[in-house]
Design a protein around this ligand. Structure first.
Ligand SMILES: Cc1ncc(C[n+]2csc(CCOP(=O)(O)OP(=O)(O)O)c2C)c(N)n1
Length: 647
């Protein structure tokens, strides 16, 4: 065993030293965070890890990776940006995925993901535990504690490993971490252990106990290891004194173990490892350099769908939504809902999940007020075959989970060379008009629609919401943001019969998430077209009717199901030769959804005029009359269209 430990630790050491050398010779670009001096921790843990277990790592992941995979070459190829790398060169030094190993570069963000995967193994009755590494500096992140809390509340089998290597970049542990590290985990009721050691054999026993506890008790455990980083944080950024380094070099984990193995064996291991690393460098150097064709996510093409999404039942939106969730959950055991106060008898702030916890008691998870934490848990659940739904109580609070959506949920599939999917649905009740004021009334989707690999869908009064929910779950492979407008919940959906709703003729593109076109005169070329989505649909239809009656104008309305990505070809087709194009959204105007629609269409269509109607660029006031002045209204839309028409 000693020899095997030595071989792995020495491999990590040699690998990291080689990397620094390659950087100094300008043979590598980008960044790196070497694991010099901490080798014993990773090697000891991995000795207690089984094939079915999951590992989450951070920016300082090379040592963890080599200890896990025993494969330096695929890591080097990745760092060199070669397609033979673990993630085809897309991830680089900090973003690795291999079998059950994942790493990411935003401090703390992986902790709820790891907790989520661990939760999935529990729900799915799978063997296996999850271990996640964080550094002392990462204890500054709130999402770590949100995860600790939920791990205890849901009794999740996860091992939190805190590697206190004395520094976070240039900040000493005591300058960044107040109080005691173990006390932080203990405050949540997590069993902990703390050791100061670079002795791999001692650490092996420590991890044997820790893993055994998590495996047998199926509960979280927190292991704190006090160690020391012997190398720079990254490269060329070491300001520590020679004296300080010398003291810690005496406690070098390689030296400690070396003394227990015969010189002959040590020499033979070192020779073998050096050869392997040299060979890896030579081979990776010779791998072809990137020559194009796979550097970005392929365009998201909305697939063909024959079945209509238009509503034909006289039901309230909230009822259809509830039935849709119920049906989807009945059809697919992997669907689980997480959110605040979503269980019965309350059933969520807008009653969308009412009755579901009685039917699916283990699959409706009431959460603490931890949006980043439970969105992050949802990401982890989705990484292991589940299809989580996250309910955000008020859409305004989704901002707390922005990092999880931007840097985790939407990145993993592509960054990890398509090795995993993240089929995660986040439901966000948006919108104002109810005098709820600045932080409970916003339409924030514009801040999300620019995120690559995120699909944003909006419920409108025209949709058969039950069917839309089922459709989403029959097709979901990547994160979807579902924009629901609070004002719609208690209103009845429009009933479309014989391709008509009221006086409007209705047509939809044959897509999974179609564009729906409405016109009062299906023979004329319209004078103007309003391009919109969601609850603004009713405002647009009202104005179109008013303009027809009062001005004899034909104004068509295009309702987008997918607001990002846009169905550009369908928008162009339905716009036809109409000259005046008006975008309508409830979010604020500056750099909004309408700006994107206008840009895209103006690149394709000639000789048109464009107007954007949206909320004022302001904070939403609570006073109902003041709120009306901020939000789009019938009067504003009507006047804008009239003025452009008569210009
Ligand atoms: C959210 C976030 N903030 C800042 C950084 C930049 N950064 C990278 S590593 C690091 C220090 C991390 O310290 P620690 O958690 O102790 O891990 P160590 O580097 O010591 O292994 C910082 C600040 C980051 N990657 N993510």
């Amino acid at each position: 065993m000693k020899e095997q430990f030595y071989a792995k630790m020495f491999k990590i050491r040699k690998f990291e030293e080689t990397l620094l050398e390659l950087f100094s010779q300008n043979k590598l670009t980008g960044t790196t965070h070497t694991y010099l001096g901490q080798e014993a921790t990773a090697v000891a843990l991995m000795n207690n890890i089984r094939e079915e277990d999951y590992i989450f790592s951070n920016h300082r992941c090379h040592g963890h990776f080599i200890a896990y995979s025993d494969n330096a070459e695929i890591l080097l190829a990745e760092i060199m940006g070669k397609k033979e790398g673990v993630c085809l060169g897309r991830g680089g030094s900090q973003h690795l995925c291999y079998k059950h190993f994942f790493s990411n570069g935003v401090q703390g963000g992986i902790v709820p993901n790891a907790t989520g995967i661990a939760f999935s193994t529990k729900i799915r009755n799978e063997e296996g535990i999850t271990a996640v590494f964080i550094g002392d500096g990462t204890l500054g992140q709130g999402v770590v504690y949100e995860s600790f809390n939920m791990a205890v509340l849901y009794s999740i089998p996860i091992l939190y490993i805190i590697e206190d290597n004395a520094y976070a970049m240039t900040t000493k542990t005591e300058e960044g971490v107040a109080g005691s590290i173990v006390a932080r985990a203990e405050a949540f009721g997590i069993k902990t252990n703390e050791v100061e050691s670079n002795d791999v054999e001692e650490l092996n026993k420590i991890f044997e106990n820790a893993c055994e506890y998590v495996r047998n008790e199926k509960k979280p455990f927190c292991q704190v290891i006090h160690t020391y980083r012997l190398g720079p944080h990254s490269k060329g950024d070491d300001f520590r004194s020679k004296r300080e380094l010398e003291i810690h070099q005496q406690k070098d984990p390689i030296l400690i173990l070396k003394q227990r193995i015969s010189e002959e064996i040590v020499n033979s291991i070192e020779k073998q490892v050096c050869k392997e690393i040299e060979e890896a460098v030579r081979r990776c150097d010779n791998f072809e350099t990137y020559n194009g064709g796979m550097s970005y996510i392929e365009k998201d093409i909305n697939t063909f769908c024959q079945e209509s999404i238009l509503n034909n039942k006289s039901e309230k939106c909230v009822v259809q939504l509830n039935i849709g969730l119920d049906k989807a959950m009945r059809e697919d055991d992997n669907i689980i809902i997480l959110g605040e106060d979503i269980k019965d008898p309350y059933g969520g702030a807008f009653k969308v999940t009412k009755g579901l916890s009685e039917k699916y008691s283990n699959r409706i998870i009431g959460t603490p007020i931890s949006e980043a934490g439970f969105i992050g848990m949802g990401v982890g659940l989705a990484m292991n075959k589940m299809k989580p739904i996250i309910e955000i109580m008020f859409g305004d609070f989704i901002s707390l989970g922005f990092d999880q959506i931007l840097n985790h949920a939407t990145k993993y599939n592509w960054m990890y060379a398509n090795q995993i999917n993240v089929p995660l649905l986040i439901r966000v009740p948006m919108g104002g008009g109810r005098s709820y004021g600045a932080t409970h009334s916003q339409s924030l989707e514009k801040y999300y629609i620019g995120i690559p690999n995120l699909t944003t869908i909006a419920l409108s009064p025209l949709h058969n919401v039950t069917l839309l929910i089922q459709r989403i779950f029959q097709n979901i492979t990547s994160p979807i943001l579902l924009v629901e407008n609070k004002k719609m919940y208690s209103e009845k959906q429009y009933v479309v019969q014989n391709d008509k709703v009221g006086n409007f003729y209705v047509e939809e593109s044959k897509k999974l998430y179609p564009v729906i076109s409405l016109t009062l005169d299906n023979e004329a070329i319209a004078d103007a077209v309003i391009i919109t989505y969601g609850a603004m649909t009713s405002l647009a239809l009202g104005v179109a009717e008013k303009l027809m009656v009062e001005e004899e104008m034909v104004v068509n309305v295009l309702v987008n199901t997918s607001i990002a990505p846009l169905e550009v070809e369908d928008l162009i087709k339905f716009t036809g030769d109409t000259k005046h194009i008006v975008t309508l959204e409830e979010g604020t105007k500056r750099l909004g959804w309408g700006a994107e629609v206008v840009s895209v269409l103006s690149e394709k269509l000639k000789n048109r005029t464009f107007i954007r109607v949206a909320s004022e660029d302001s904070v939403i006031p609570a006073n109902g009359l003041m709120e009306k002045e901020v939000l789009p209204t019938v009067e504003k839309l009507y006047e804008q269209i009239r003025s452009v028409y008569y210009e």
